[in-house]
Design a protein around this ligand. Sequence first.
Ligand code: MG
Length: 173
Amino acid sequence: MAQPTLPTPPTPPTPSFRIGQGYDLHRLEAGRPFVLGGLVIDFDKGPVGHSDGDVLLHAATDALLGATGQGDIGQWFPPSDARYKGADSAELLGQVMAQLTQAGWQVVNLDSTVFAEAPKLSPYKTELAQRLAGLLGIDASQINVKAKTMEGLGAIGSQEAIAASVTVLMQQV
Ligand code: MG
C-alpha cells in the first residue's frame, strides 16, 4: 500500500534571537584615567587608545554588532577618523544601540568578563552592571559582570594590559 503523502512542513520563521560576542584589549599606561564600563575608577594606570580605551564597552559594542550582523566597531568608528580621537565609548555604544533599537532589536541579556590583574573590580560590579543597563535600555538584572586576574601571567598579569569579553543575546521584536 502506498504511504500517505505527508504535508510539507511550514517554513520556519526567521529566528528572532541572535547571539553575538565581542573581545577587546588595551595597553595600560601610568597617568591615564582608568575608564571601564563608562566609569572612571581610581587607579594609577589607564588604557591607551584612540578613544578612551574602554575595553568593556568596546567588547559590548562589538557583541551587539556581531549579533545583528552589522560588522564591527572599527567599521562604525574608524580609528583613522579624527572625530573619534578621545571619544567617549559610552557615546559610541549609545549611537549603535539607538540604531539597533530603531531596527527593533532589544538586548535579552549580556554576560561579560573583564581580565585585569588590578585594580580589584569586585566592588564595582554592581555599578558596572547598572551603567551598562542604562546604556542598553534594559534592567541591571539582565547584565552580568565578572572579573578575573591572570594569576600574574602575561601582559595582563603584569598590569601592562586589560581585556574584556562580552556575550550578548538579542531579540528582534
Ligand atoms: Mg578598543
